[in-house]
Design a protein around this ligand. Structure first.
Ligand code: C2E
Ligand code: MG
Ligand code: MG
Length: 702
């Protein structure tokens, strides 16, 4: 742009200089030409005057020569001598012999003057000659009889003719007049000539700065307008190519919405650039992956396309409402990842309005759809952050909206959540915790506690559950509830889980060597289980620690089991074939179909402690526990009841044929050394409770 401006400046300067020089040269030429013409004219006039003088002298001299009138000649000399520039005068007879001359004047070269005189007598005509220093005239003198002599008159040119400079000065006004009139006219013409060039340069400039919509308007059919039309055509083609390239780079080919790159760019322009207030909505479809797996990717794509169309309708509805006065920039709808959409709504500045948009989005998404001919209903959760209220720049705004959607996720699907400053605090706490956990893994601060599982029939320890603890400082031990969620969110659960598994297998192998065949149950998180090589990892740990496969039990929650049953079969089968047992943890909390669950490859049901805790007071809980136990018995599953805290709990479970119990009533989770003591104690036959002790309790509850 600077270069183009310089060229423009230079071009203008050059042209102005050129025109100025041309006008100046013309003015000088005009002055010189005028001076020369004037000089020539003045010279001719002087010569003419001199000729007239010589003729009149010749006719005056005729009488004086014939009458030898010396006085008459002297008067003649005197009169001629009065004339300007006269330097010599003499008179000759017909033979060119000087018969008289003006004494007070002295000729320079008589010889050459006489030659002129002879020529005049011979030709009977006035003769004249101009040399540098002299202007000589010789005129024949006539009488009735013919030529009787001649008059010679010489003049000094320096006195007759003024210098060239005088004529130049006289003509100067012409030059000045030319400059005075010519220069403004030249500038006017030049300005007109340069105007289209300027316009071309301005448009080229704008195009160079990325504005391909700029056009040149030069009417007419001259070269400039041809050039302007060509430039316009070129810009048009470039713009359509750019638009196409932009679309390829900035569009989401599946839904036709903007893609993540375009979204980020627009958000930056709207929030960081325009600084106009508005709202940002992050929309995440609930459980879309499951639908995609169930119906296949093609059907999944169609569902996403339909969702895109519906969002577009919501957006255009609000655009007409928000953009009523035409001052608000258009909203932006984008697909950020597989099932995540974003909606930037400039002008949406009030919470009720944002809430209205969120509600419309949820309503539109939940309209019935079809996949493979089956009715499908989608739902979503929405995070909302308003700018500049919640964030002054696009980066912070994105963080804010992500905090909001995280909270929306925690609250379950089909809802929206506005950003609140406290979410940032929570996020900071989470990040701090995450960093501390990384450090804790390195420093081996995670330890494993073991909680015994008691055989209801004989009260012996028939196994244990490995439960992770974080020893943050001496005497400060954290339970999983304080960190396991963050570990799952950040993926650290994989490392922690592998560590617990290795540690538990190592411990159980050691106990086994020492004569305690105590199976160990290890919790497996969804993330751990979803790893491609989960089976290999478990196999390798068993190999490494030398634990017999039958002594390992893996606990999966109901939701993990139900997320992808086919995958579950694939992962579980090879380990189960080798003797590893699988348990459904927290059974009854996932609201899954009992009939379906029983078809999955599990060996043990662990009844969730919430039912156990409530069963003494709540009849429904009692019925659930009873039903599960009865069903498990008839289907051949083992059952473990968690959270057994009282004698009543135990008695009821015993009455309804629960196989194992686990709870504070027998033992809290304890460090390995304490657990070894429990095992030793158990081996000596001193189990915590003998079945007969509970007979009276049983009667009470039943
Ligand atoms: P869970 O697998 O259901 O483990 C049982 C939880 O119940 C343990 O809590 C245990 O201490 C507690 N518990 C046992 N008996 C009683 C009782 O009588 N009363 C009460 N109120 N609670 C009892 P903990 O150790 O805090 O673990 C909580 C959860 O954290 C576990 O639930 C499990 O889901 C998870 N977890 C623990 N360790 C690991 C691990 O190594 N890996 C994974 N992925 N998750 C783990
Ligand atoms: Mg468990
Ligand atoms: Mg449990």
């Amino acid at each position: 742009m600077v270069i183009l401006a310089k060229i423009q400046e230079k071009l203008a300067a050059k042209a102005a200089l050129l025109f100025f020089c041309a006008v100046l040269a013309s003015a000088v030429f005009l002055v010189l030409l005028g001076a020369m013409a004037d000089q020539r004219f003045a010279k001719n006039q002087e010569i003419y005057k001199a000729k007239t003088l010589v003729f009149s002298a010749a006719s005056a001299a005729a009488g004086a020569i014939q009458n030898s009138d010396a006085g008459g000649l002297n008067r003649l000399y005197f009169n001629l001598g009065q004339q300007k520039g006269v330097s010599s005068i003499f008179i000759t007879d017909r033979n060119a012999q000087v018969i008289s001359k003006a004494e007070h004047l002295s000729p320079n070269s008589l010889q050459s003057d006489l030659t002129l005189v002879r020529e005049a007598i011979q030709k009977n005509l006035l003769q004249w000659r101009l040399s540098k220093n002299q202007l000589g005239f010789a005129a024949p003198v006539h009488s009735d009889t013919g030529v009787i002599g001649a008059v010679y008159l010489s003049l000094l040119p320096s006195e007759l003719f003024p210098g060239f400079g005088v004529f130049v000065v006289k003509n100067l006004w012409k030059g000045l007049a030319l400059i005075g009139v010519g220069l403004p006219m030249a500038l006017l013409v030049f300005g007109r000539l340069l105007a289209p060039i300027k316009e071309l340069i301005i448009v080229a400039n704008r195009a160079a700065n990325g504005d391909l919509s700029a056009r040149v308007d030069i009417p007419g059919r001259d070269e400039f307008s041809v050039l302007a039309n060509s430039l316009n055509l070129m810009l048009e083609r470039m713009k359509s190519n750019m638009d196409r390239t932009r679309w390829l780079a900035y569009g989401d080919s599946l839904t036709g919405l903007a893609n993540k790159t375009a979204f980020t760019e627009r958000l930056r322009i709207l929030v960081d650039g325009n600084k106009a207030p508005g709202s940002l909505f992050l929309i995440d479809l609930d459980g879309f992956k499951r639908l995609n797996d169930a119906y296949g990717q093609e059907e999944g794509d169609l569902l996403l396309q339909k969702t895109g169309q519906r969002l577009r309708q919501v957006a255009s509805g609000f655009m007409s409402r928000l953009n009523a006065d035409g001052k608000v920039p258009p909203p932006v709808l984008a697909r950020l990842s597989a099932d995540e959409f974003a909606f930037i709504a400039p002008g949406c500045v009030s919470a009720p309005m944002a809430q209205d948009i969120a509600k419309n989005i949820l309503d539109a998404i939940s309209e019935p759809l079809e996949a493979s001919g089956q009715p499908v209903r989608l739902s979503a959760r929405i995070g909302i952050a308003m700018y500049p209220h919640d964030a002054g720049d696009s980066k912070t705004l994105l963080n804010s909206v992500n905090f909001a959607i995280d909270v929306a996720k925690e609250n379950g699907g089909g809802n929206w959540q506005f950003f609140e400053p406290s979410m940032t605090q929570a996020a900071i706490r989470r990040i701090t915790l995450q960093n501390e956990m990384r450090r804790a893994l390195k420093n081996r601060e995670f330890i494993v506690f073991y909680q015994p599982k008691i055989n209801v029939r004989d009260g012996s320890i028939s196994g244990c559950e490995a439960l992770v603890r974080w020893q943050k400082a001496p005497g400060k031990i954290l339970s999983p509830g304080a960190f396991i969620d963050v570990a799952e969110e950040t993926g650290l659960i994989n490392e922690i889980g592998d560590y617990v598994l290795r540690e538990a297998c190592r411990a159980a192998a050691k106990w086994s060597k020492n004569g305690h065949q105590c199976p160990v149950a290890v919790n497996v998180s969804a993330l751990q289980f979803s790893r491609e090589n989960f089976t290999q990892i478990v196999g390798a740990i068993l190999e490494e620690t030398g634990l017999s496969h039958e002594l390992l039990e893996l606990e999966l929650t109901e939701s993990v089991a139900m997320t992808n049953p086919e995958r579950l079969m694939e992962q579980v089968a090879p380990l189960r074939d080798r003797g590893v047992r699988f348990a459904i943890d927290d059974f009854g909390t996932g609201h899954s179909s009992l009939a379906y669950l029983t078809r999955l490859p599990f060996d043990v049901f662990k009844i969730d402690q919430s039912f156990v805790r409530e069963m003494t007071e709540d009849k429904h809980a009692r019925v659930i526990v009873q039903t599960v136990l009865a069903m498990a018995e008839s289907l051949g599953y083992r059952t473990v009841a968690e959270g057994v805290e009282t004698r009543e709990h135990f008695a009821f479970l015993q009455l309804h044929c629960c196989d194992y119990v686990q709870g504070y009533y027998f033992s809290r989770p304890v460090p390995e050394t304490d657990f070894i003591d429990l095992l030793a104690h158990d081996k000596k036959g001193k189990s915590h409770k003998q079945p007969e002790q509970y007979d009276s309790d049983l009667r009470q509850i039943a």
